[in-house]
Design a protein. Structure first.
Length: 704
């Protein structure tokens, strides 16, 4: 085959070949002498003869093309008129496309053989090619789209798919299509640029991930189901062992106590493991409900340090903390930040078998608060460091085997921190110790916490309706509540629950959402809709993570099984007590004062809602109007003067009596505002003095 690739020929209006370039002679396999000056039909290629004939028969200004196989080559001929309306005959450019076509066929064979779908778009958003895999995934739509202007959304059969790169933009996203069949596709769109930098359009690839995603969902559902099935019996095991150890079933001797404590410890371990597995399956399936609020870093660190103080001391570990006073608040979920920190501190103590020190520090890093936990324990080798945050990964050494654990903690830490918008990292020196650091975004100024009402600290009184389909668990909850002083009525079905709620008008209902004859959520909805029962607080108890749904349907709180006795009692006490005792709102930015005041007030039978600044105080008033406000004047964001002004300027809140507490000189320019308050106490004051004032104000109905 010769190297000739493009030739030229001309034919007169009478049909005589007037010119035939050397390459054209090679491509059309004719000699100059045979053809030039002779009729064009002497050319041997029949397709070309036919095309020239029709152009001579109907002269025009158009250029036409014809492509055909000839003598082992693929020839492409363009025929154009010479002069207006081909007055001087036609010119033919003949090109050898053999190589081009072979390459194209090869590329198409590669694309056709690829398992992923390919759709090629031109710069004008026309579909120029779809491979068989794309046709298999998208059906007739894909075939019909070739040669037409089509968007990726139209091609996928999805309306307004978010984040879907249209031709021209590079992006990757996951979409679910239902036509021609249900499929989950990972779609990646990338621009096509030739080596000279010219934009040739773009290509979208579609990778079918249906099987992988469905397997992951099934795995999560399986873990979820198994965990739930385990949780129900564990609720009984743990609950009843706790009762026996606490002496509720009579005296036990030392040996019995020792054995039961082993059962207790192991059931706790099992509960922790199941909780971790459930947590992972929830995180992986996106069923995590976060309550993001501004959090005081120092409070959380203090809480975790208090929890671990005894454990650390028993392990010979010195636990200390260092938090600068000026640290901004972070935007996170209180329980989840606590969970992350507890995991890290627990590991730090656990992996310091020879004692040593564990330090928790916090500092601001850009738009984040970074909390780090440093230990002087075993440390981690560089090769293990990279795998630490992987599920079930544990460093394989005799020491870690002895220490025990599931290898789930750090993978939960990573997922939870990332869910809150932060990151987690670790540095470590084997044999020297490790530092784990996680970050949480700084809370924006307009993120306001709505503080919760806490009921008085006193023994329970009144009737609680316990609804649970499992009589053993109902008995267990009854035991906890009766010990506290409540009277309990129990229902195991929805119908019975409805009847007992109307008959007894309980102070509170605990409701398991799994009932034999009804869906607990329907019952919850009925109870909150019915004016007869609407004001009875309902606490949902469930083995399934239904917090979001429960709270949306009007549950007052949500507790997960296995039930923790302390949590249950504090929630029940809080809700029952909070309902009928006078509510005092305490607003003070000094945490120690706030804590001490809240405790004293609750001991005296008041319900308390504690606010750290004026914003929180106003948010709390919006949720439930307090019977009295104890207000510090100097507070960040919104100060006490502004709170008084705001409260006194609205008809529905202006009658709330306000007792101002201040240690500072009063701002003389704002003295008029202060006159709107009912009372004024100067710090320091004694608790007795304060309670006396409060009782006076409440007794007198307040001024305002
Ligand atoms: P677990 O502690 O239950 O095994 P984690 O996911 O919390 O699971 O930790 C994974 C592994 O990382 C641990 O098994 C341990 O080998 C290692 N590790 C975690 N924290 C530390 C630490 N502070 N010091 C040394 N090794 C650690």
């Amino acid at each position: 085959m010769s190297i000739a690739s493009e030739g030229f020929a001309a034919v007169s209006p009478a049909g005589l070949v007037t010119l035939l370039s050397a390459p054209a002679q090679v491509l059309l396999d004719v000699s100059h002498d045979d053809v030039v000056g002779a009729d064009y039909t002497r050319l041997r290629a029949s397709e070309l003869i036919e095309a020239i004939g029709s152009r001579l028969a109907s002269p025009s200004d158009e250029t036409t093309s014809v492509c055909f196989a000839f003598e082992g080559r693929v020839l492409h001929c363009r025929i154009a008129g010479i002069g207006a309306q081909a007055a001087h005959g036609v010119a033919i450019v003949v090109r050898d496309d053999t190589l081009l076509l072979t390459q194209r066929e090869r590329s198409e064979a590669v694309l056709a053989g690829a398992g992923d779908g390919f759709v090629v778009f031109t710069t004008a958003c026309e579909v120029s090619y779809v491979n068989p895999a794309a046709i298999e995934l998208l059906g007739d739509r894909a075939t019909a789209a070739v040669g037409t202007k089509t968007t990726l959304s139209e091609l996928l059969g999805i309306e307004n798919a978010p984040l879907l790169g249209e031709p021209g933009a590079a992006c990757m996203t996951e979409v679910t299509i239902t036509d021609p069949a249900h499929r989950i596709l990972e779609v990646r769109t990338s621009p096509v640029i030739d080596p000279a930098g010219r934009d040739l359009g773009c290509v979208s690839t579609m990778h079918d991930v249906t099987a992988e995603r469905e397997a992951a969902i099934m795995k999560n559902e399986f873990v979820s189901m198994v965990s739930h099935e385990l949780r129900t019996p564990l609720t009984s095991i743990k609950g009843y062992v706790d009762l026996i150890v606490d002496g509720d079933a009579g005296e036990i001797n030392e040996t019995q106590r020792e054995f039961l404590e082993i059962v207790q410890e192991n059931s706790d371990r099992l509960v922790a493991l199941i909780n971790d597995m459930l947590d992972i399956s929830r995180i992986e399936s996106g069923r995590v409900h976060l309550r993001i609020e501004p959090l005081e870093v120092g409070d959380i660190i203090q809480g975790v340090a208090d929890t671990f103080r005894t454990y650390a001391a028993q392990s010979g570990v010195d636990l200390s903390q260092s938090v600068p006073r000026s640290l901004p608040r972070m935007a996170g979920d209180r329980d989840r930040v606590g969970q992350v920190l507890m995991n890290l501190v627990s590991n730090a103590v656990k992996y310091s078998p020879g004692g040593g020190s564990v330090t928790v520090e916090a500092h601001k890093r850009g738009g984040f608060v970074a909390i780090s936990v440093t230990d002087t324990g075993l440390g981690i080798s560089p090769e293990n460091l990279s795998q630490l945050f992987t599920k079930f990964f544990r460093v394989d050494s005799s020491l870690t085997r002895e220490i025990g654990g599931s290898g789930l903690g750090l993978s939960i830490v990573k997922s939870v921190v990332e869910l809150m918008g932060g990151t987690v990292s670790v540095t470590s020196q084997e044999g020297e110790g490790s530092t784990f650091t996680f970050t949480v975004p700084v809370a924006p100024a307009d993120l306001v916490r709505t503080p919760r009402v806490e009921g008085p600290l006193r023994e329970g009184t009144g009737t609680v309706l316990v609804v649970d389909h499992d009589p053993e668990i109902a008995d267990l909850i009854e035991t906890y509540l009766v010990r506290r002083g409540y009277t309990v009525v129990k229902a195991t079905s929805g119908e019975q629950a409805r009847a007992l709620a109307l008959e007894h008008r309980p102070r509170l209902i605990t409701l398991d959402v799994m009932l034999d004859d009804a869906d607990g959520f329907d019952l919850l909805q009925e109870l909150t809709d019915d004016p007869e029962t609407a004001d009875i607080p309902v606490v949902v108890l469930s083995v399934v993570c239904d917090e979001g749904r429960s709270l949306r349907l009007g549950a007052a709180d949500y507790l997960e099984k296995p039930i923790d006795q302390g949590r249950l009692l504090s929630v029940v006490d809080g809700l029952v007590g909070a309902k009928d005792s006078p509510l005092v709102l305490v607003a003070d930015d000094d945490r120690h004062i706030l804590d001490a005041l809240s405790r004293t007030l609750r001991r005296k039978g008041f319900s308390v809602v504690g606010a750290h600044d004026g914003c929180e105080a106003l948010a709390a008033v919006g949720v439930r109007k307090p019977d009295l406000m104890l207000l510090d004047l100097k507070m960040p964001r919104v100060d006490g003067y502004q709170v008084i002004q705001e409260i006194k300027s609205h008809d529905d809140t202006k009658d709330i009596p306000i007792v101002v507490m201040t240690a500072h000189r009063i701002d003389s320019k704002r003295i008029d505002i202060l006159k709107l308050a009912s009372e004024h106490v100067c710090k320091p004051f004694s608790a007795e003095e304060l309670i006396e004032r409060i009782e006076e104000v409440l007794g007198g109905g307040g001024t305002g």
